[in-house]
Design a binder for this molecule. Structure first.
Ligand code: CO
Length: 182
């Protein structure tokens, strides 16, 4: 009887050792995240854009910063894109309440009213009137270090002049044109 117990103990010890072995390679694999291979990194990139099934040419990234600027003054959307995935990054460090940025798209003629009503809606509503039907697309209001990705249909952008802008009070200089291009 005593011998059996010893054998069982030995077997347990062996299986414990065996079980811990596969775990070790797993712990040493994180470098895979830093993979330089475009093929390997594209599908699993941490970027929110990658989770969308929108074609690459219909994915747009705009950066904003602590200097109250977007990094582009024009968003060009290919007319073949029925849907667009748009990512806004806030690359700064300032909190949302002091240097918040969103990216809102509306007809140029509606921009001033969307911004004015957004100011009344206050920060708790991301400075955007809830369910504002003039808004064609809008990201969340972001603070430094944050990102948001939205997907929207482009059918409302076919005819007319459209602009993108930030509705944070006083950020009227953060604006540009949205164009459908061939
Ligand atoms: Co802003």
């Amino acid at each position: 009887m005593k011998m059996y117990l010893t054998l069982i103990a030995a077997a347990l010890t062996l299986s414990a050792c065996g079980g811990s072995e596969p775990a070790k390679p797993a712990e040493t694999t994180p470098p895979a995240n830093v993979s330089a291979s475009p093929v390997a990194s594209a599908p699993q990139a941490a970027s929110p854009v990658a989770s969308s099934n929108v074609p690459a040419e219909c994915q747009i990234v705009v950066n904003s910063d602590d200097a109250m600027k977007f990094d582009t003054q024009e968003i060009a959307i290919k007319s073949s894109c029925a849907e667009v995935s748009l990512t806004l990054n806030h690359t700064g460090k300032t909190p949302k309440a002091a240097m918040g940025h969103n990216l809102v798209i509306a007809a140029a003629a509606d921009k001033a009213a969307v911004i004015a009503d957004g100011a009344n809606a206050k920060l708790e509503n991301d400075y955007l009137q809830p369910n504002d039907t003039r808004v064609i697309a809008a990201t969340k209001m972001l603070g430094g270090g944050e990102s948001d990705t939205i997907t929207f249909k482009t059918d409302k952008l076919k005819n007319g002049d459209f602009e993108f802008f930030c509705t944070f009070p006083g950020h009227v200089i953060m604006t540009g044109k949205v164009k459908m291009v061939d």
